[in-house]
Every structure is written in C-alpha cells, then in structure tokens.
Design a protein around this ligand. Structure first.
Ligand code: ADP
Length: 693
C-alpha cells in the first residue's frame, strides 16, 4: 500500500487557532441550546448579567466553523469555500444589526431563530453595537485570511484586532465591576462569554499565518520577537492590574477620582520606564554581542581566507558554497569558478565512493573525519592531500553541510618516498657490508688459525733452535774442554822439543818447531775463548746485586801487565751496584778494556769508564782514544769469529765482542757503539739496576 505523504504540521499558533475555533463553535452551540431548551446559566453566566443573544451565538458557531476550515495548514477548496460562506454570513448578520442600531431600522434579524424576551429591553434579541461591529470586523478578517495579496491579508488581520480589543475591553469592565457596562450603550448588552469569545476568535484569526499580519513581529524569529515576547505580557497586564488596584483603593475611600487617576498614571509611568530601561539594557547587551559576533565572524573569515590550507564548505547535496584563497592555490580554480559547482569535479573517479561514504558519515553527525586522499587540480593532475571533514550546523544545531580543510602533503609524500628509497639503499649497503664483514671475519679467522699454526710452528722451531743451540754449546764446551788436554800435550812437547834441540837442528827444522809452538798456543787461546763463550749461558752464578766498581777493578787487575807495557791510563767514575753475574760482569769489563788497550793508536791509551741511570737500568760506557771503527762494521764485529784485522796486525780470535753481547743479552740488556775511524771508540751497554726503583 502506497504511503500517503505526511501532512505539514500546524505551528503552535495555528494549533491555538484550531482550538479557539473548536471552543467558539462549541460555546456558541451550547448557548443556542441554552436558548432553545431554556437553560439560563448557558445564556448568561450570572442571572444579573446580560445574556449572549441567539444571533450572537449563531454567529460564533459560524465563526468557529469558518476559523476551523481556514486555519487548516493547506485548506482544500471546499474548506476555503465553507469558511468563506460562514464568514460572509457572520458579516451579513453583523452588518444588518449595525444598520438597525445606526438607522433605527427593523430588519427582523434579531429574531431569526427565536423570539427572545427580556424585561425592560426594547429589542431583547438584538446584539450590542460593539458585538455587531466586532462580527463585521471578524468576518472581514476571516474572509481575507487566505487572500493572495499580502496587503489584503495584512489589512484583514488588522481588522481582527478590533474584536480582540473590544472583547478585552468588555472583560476588563466585567473585572472592574459589571455596573460599568451600563454607562456605555454600545456595550450595555454584551455578555461576558461573548466578550471572551470575541477576544479568542480575534486572536485566533490573527494566529493563522501570523507572519502575514500586524503581529508578524511576534512570529518572525529575531531580536524584535524576543523583545516583544518579553515586554508584551507586562505592557498589557501591568496597566490592567494597576487600574484594578486604583479602583479598589478609590472604592475603599483611600482617595478620590483625581488622586486615583494620578496614582494610576504615575504607576504606569514607572512601570513603562522600568520596561524601557530593562529593554534598553537588553538591547545594548544584544548589540554588543552582535558586534562581538560580527567581529568574530569577520576574524574567522580573515583566518579562513589567509589560511595556507584549502578550506572549502559544501552543502549536503555536495555543492560548493565557499572556497578560500588556500583552495585557489592548491587546486588552481578561483572561487568564482568553484563556488556553485558540485565538489565532485575535483574528486578523481576512483575516490568518489570514499567521498560519498565520508559525507554520509558526516551527515549523521558522527563528528570529524580525517584521512589522506587525492584530488584533481585544474591541470587535471593528482594532488596528495590530508583532509579533515567536519559537519556544519545552523543555529538550531541541524547539520546543513560540511567543511573540508585540505593540506598539501605532496612534499611530505615525496620526502617519505625518498626516505623509503634511501632506507632501502642503506639496507642493501648494510647487507653488503655485513656480507663483506662476514667474509673479512672468515678471512681473519682463517689467518688467525694460520697465525696460530705458524706461531706454534715458530714455537716449535724456537724450541728446536734452543735445543740445537744448547747442543752446540754443549758440543763447543765438550770439544774445547776435551781438546785442551791433547793440545796441552802438543804444546808442552813442542816447547820441550824447541828448548832441547835449539841450535842442534838445521834452520828449516827450527822454523817448523816455532810454527808448531805458535800454532799450539793460538789453538789454546782459541779453545779458552770458546770455552768462555759456551759457558756464558750456563753462568756460574745466578745474577745478584754486585758492585760494578769492584768488577771494574778486578778487570783492571787482570790487565796490569799490558797497562804497564803501554803506559795506559784506565779510569772510572763511581760505578753503581747492578744485578748481574759477578764473574761475567768482570769478564765483560775485561774484554772491552782489553780491546781498548789492544786497538790503541799512536799515543798512550786513555780509557775511561762511566755509568748513568736510564729508567730501571744502568747504561755503562767504555771510551778509548784508539784506532776507531768504520760505521759499516758496527754490527759485524759482534758476530762470532768476525775480525777487522789480520793476526799479524793484532792478535785475537774474534770471539771477544760476541762474548760481550752474549753476556749483556743474558742479563736482559743491549750493547752498541759509537766510533769513527782514527777517532777512538765508545762501547755502551746496559745492565738492570740492582735496586727496586
Ligand atoms: P779480537 O779482538 O780477538 O779480534 P773481538 O771480537 O774482540 O776480537 O773484536 C773484533 C774486532 O773488533 C777486532 O778484530 C777489532 O778490529 C775490532 N775492535 C774491537 N774493539 C776495538 C776497539 N776498542 N778499537 C778498535 N777496534 C776494535
């Protein structure tokens, strides 16, 4: 079954109109019933008060029907026709009655439905002049209620003010004292419920499409309406209440007519001044707020305009309603080109579903949505943006659109891409590096293993060498020791032969014997030296703290004969204590001093010995003024059997300095020399100090 569209709903004012229409028709009908069935309280609220006339009640029924039909939200033609007919009939009765009143005519409208009787009344069924005029005015209002012309509609509603005011006037008179009615002929026969219904129908008619009439200021939203709604009840009520109070005072005899009027006037002045004062304050405050709001709005507009971000607002159907300078820069379209266009013209086809989803979400008021996406620029290029979409609401909180704030994230995307690329590159480099490091580590491990192997091999070779050295030394020792005995025999025998057979043999034989003797003694010297050399490693004593001066003096004592022969001067400074094998230290001095004397120059030898501290050892020097040595032989002379001269020039075995080096190195020291040919030599050697410094 097809659903009928929902009928537009009545506003509060229109609901009031409908209620008034119903009430008027019901009360009118009740009064008619009161007349027909003679129910007095229905005709008049109090027995002393005037009754509502039959015509009046009939007219109210017609007015009620007219207002009911015409106050419908969209009256059908039938409703409008019914309403107008009823209104016309009311007007007709009013006009005829007015004519009777004004010109004293007898048109028989008073007893249309029923002849009424009222004591002392000339025309008991006739409504008052005020009531007749009010029905004419009400009829005008109802007839013009749905007029197309704005002016007519306004004038018709203005006419509705008359019955309203006349009704109010009558009610007030009733309130102040029903006797008041008798003073004014036009009102004298007006019933209280008549007055109430006039006021009700008059205001009810004004409430149909209020915005089209003089009371529009109460209907159209705005500061005027707010102000009027606040002030109006007081402006209407205050004078009525003040008038009533003034009357009460006067009746009680507190004051006379003039004073009472003065009090009434002054209290009205005070009330309205207070009203004006309060309204002025409120208006000023509202104006300030308005100015502040306008400033805020202007500031907001300036911020939006100067923002670097693109700020675009759209209504719910997707049409662009604002487009700031940032949007012009980002998308390339001017505000003139963009505003009024559907926002879809900057959305790429593949993003339209996403946009629709976001807009649906925003439209349900689910708050702000933020996401990264792409849009089309004027050059139809894709622009990377980050968008924040928020709902836009009107003053009543209803969502009327959305604002979109877009930021260009192209540069950020590019940097991210670069970073990703360089990260990839770095990762590759890292992987490469790791591979190389692994390869290098493998190589190093391999060479380490090789090194260990060669170190072990070296260790083995060293041990081998040491062993063969020991064997050699053992051999040299054994050989020189064991050779000594037969050599001694050869030397002894050859010397005996030389002594006994001297001058008994011929010259060649004697020469041979001399050779044998010399050879044997040379061999003895060589063997003694070798023996000394091979003994160094074994050492007679373990190194201990010894006086180097004593060792020097013992060496000098051993060289006394040659010192004497050569008239040499051998001196020494004060020498320190050192940690050494005493015998070997004496031998060291003896060898160096012996050489200094042997390789003397033309002048008498001068040999001096000195020592200086160098860290944890002592450095000794043996200086002479002998023949000197060329620098190229500085290393060679320390090698076993290496000599720089022939036996004819200088006797010797070539073992002395090799022995010196062996002794020094055994003590953990070094030996070296400074010399130049013909300018003497200085031999240096170091020996660990005997103290713990
Ligand atoms: P030797 O003296 O038995 O020949 P050394 O080993 O003591 O053997 O000396 C080796 C060589 O060093 C000597 O042949 C000599 O030429 C040279 N020599 C050693 N001491 C001196 C020195 N004080 N002055 C000059 N030459 C020296």
């Amino acid at each position: 079954m097809a659903r009928r569209p929902l009928a537009p709903r009545r506003t509060g004012a229109e609901l009031y109109s409908a209620a008034v229409a119903g009430l008027t028709a019901v009360v009118g009908s009740a009064v008619l019933a009161g007349w027909f069935f003679d129910v007095r309280w229905l005709r008049s609220i109090s027995p002393e008060w005037p009754t509502m006339k039959v015509n009046t009640a009939l007219c109210f029924v017609l007015c009620g029907i007219a207002l009911w039909n015409l106050s419908a939200v969209n009256p059908t033609r039938r409703q409008a026709a019914t309403g107008r007919v009823c209104a016309g009939l009311t007007g007709l009765v009013g006009l005829l009655t007015l004519a009777e009143h004004i010109w004293g005519l007898e048109l028989h409208v008073d007893n249309l439905l029923l002849t009424q009787a009222e004591a002392g009344a000339a025309h008991p069924g006739r409504m008052s002049t005020a009531a007749a005029a009010s029905f004419v005015a009400l009829s005008t209002t109802l007839l013009g209620l749905r007029a197309d012309s704005l002016r007519l509609a306004w004038l018709a509603r203005a006419a509705g003010l008359l019955p309203g005011l006349l009704g109010l006037l009558t009610i007030v008179v009733y309130a102040y004292g029903v006797r008041g009615l008798s003073g004014v002929a036009a009102f004298s026969t007006t019933a209280l419920h008549t007055a109430i219904l006039f006021m009700a129908v008059g205001t009810g008619a004004l409430c149909v499409q209020t915005e089209r009439g003089p009371l529009s200021f109460l209907a159209v939203p705005g500061p005027g309406r707010d102000m009027a709604r606040r002030v109006l009840p007081l402006a209407i009520g205050a004078p009525l209440v003040l008038g009533w109070i003034r009357l009460l005072g006067q009746r009680a005899g507190f004051y006379g007519l003039e004073f009472g009027l003065a009090i009434f006037a002054i209290s009205n002045v005070v009330t309205f001044t207070a009203l004006v004062w309060a309204s002025a304050l409120r208006l000023n405050r509202m104006d300030k707020e308005r100015v502040r709001a306008a400033l805020g709005a202007a500031q907001l507009a300036a911020i939006v305009e100067s923002s670097d971000d693109a700020i675009v607002s759209i209504c719910l159907d997707g049409v662009i309603t604002s487009w700031n300078a940032g949007a012009e820069r980002l998308f390339g379209y001017s505000a003139r080109e963009a505003v009024g266009q559907p926002v879809s013209f900057i959305i790429p086809a593949d993003r339209s579903v996403e946009d629709a989803r976001v807009m649906a979400q925003v439209a349900t008021g689910q708050g702000v949505v933020q996401f990264d996406t792409q849009r089309l620029g004027k050059a139809r290029d894709l622009i990377d943006i980050s968008v924040t979409v928020s709902p836009v609401r009107n003053a009543t909180g209803q969502i009327i659109g959305a604002s979109k704030v877009a930021r260009d994230i192209g540069p950020r995307k590019r940097v991210e891409a670069q970073l990703a690329a360089s990260f990839k590159e770095t990762s590759e480099l890292n992987a490469n590096l790791e591979q190389r490091v692994r390869a290098r580590t493998d190589e190093l491990t391999a060479s380490n293993v090789a090194l260990h192997q060669s170190a072990a091999q070296l260790e083995r070779q060293k041990a081998e060498l040491e062993r063969s050295n020991r064997d050699l030394e053992q051999f040299a020792y054994v050989a020189s020791h064991d050779l000594q005995e037969p050599l001694r025999a050869v030397a002894g025998c050859s010397q005996i032969l030389q002594r006994r057979y001297q001058s008994k043999l011929d010259a060649p034989a004697e020469e041979l014997i001399v050779h044998i003797v010399e050879g044997a003694s040379r061999m003895q010297a060589l063997i003694l030296d070798l023996l000394a050399y091979s003994r160094v490693s074994r050492g007679d004593h373990e190194p201990k703290v010894v006086d180097a001066g004593l060792a020097f003096r013992q060496a000098v004592a051993g060289l006394q004969s040659i010192i004497g022969e050569t008239a040499a001067r051998v001196t020494a400074e004060a020498l320190p204590s050192v940690k050494a094998d005493p015998g070997q230290l004496t031998q060291l001095f003896q060898n160096l001093l012996g050489n200094a004397l042997k390789y003397r120059g033309s002048s008498a030898p001068e040999v001096s010995v000195a020592a200086k501290r160098s860290g944890r050892e002592w450095e000794f020097s043996v200086r002479d003024n002998g023949i000197g040595i060329e620098a190229q032989y500085f290393e060679r002379i320390f090698v076993l059997f290496q000599r720089l001269h022939t036996r004819n020039e200088y006797a010797g075995t070539g073992i002395g300095l090799a022995l010196c080096r062996k002794i020094v190195e055994r003590h953990g020291g070094r030996i070296w020399l400074e010399s130049a040919l013909g300018r003497g030599s200085t031999f240096h050697f170091t020996i660990p100090s005997g103290d713990s410094q």
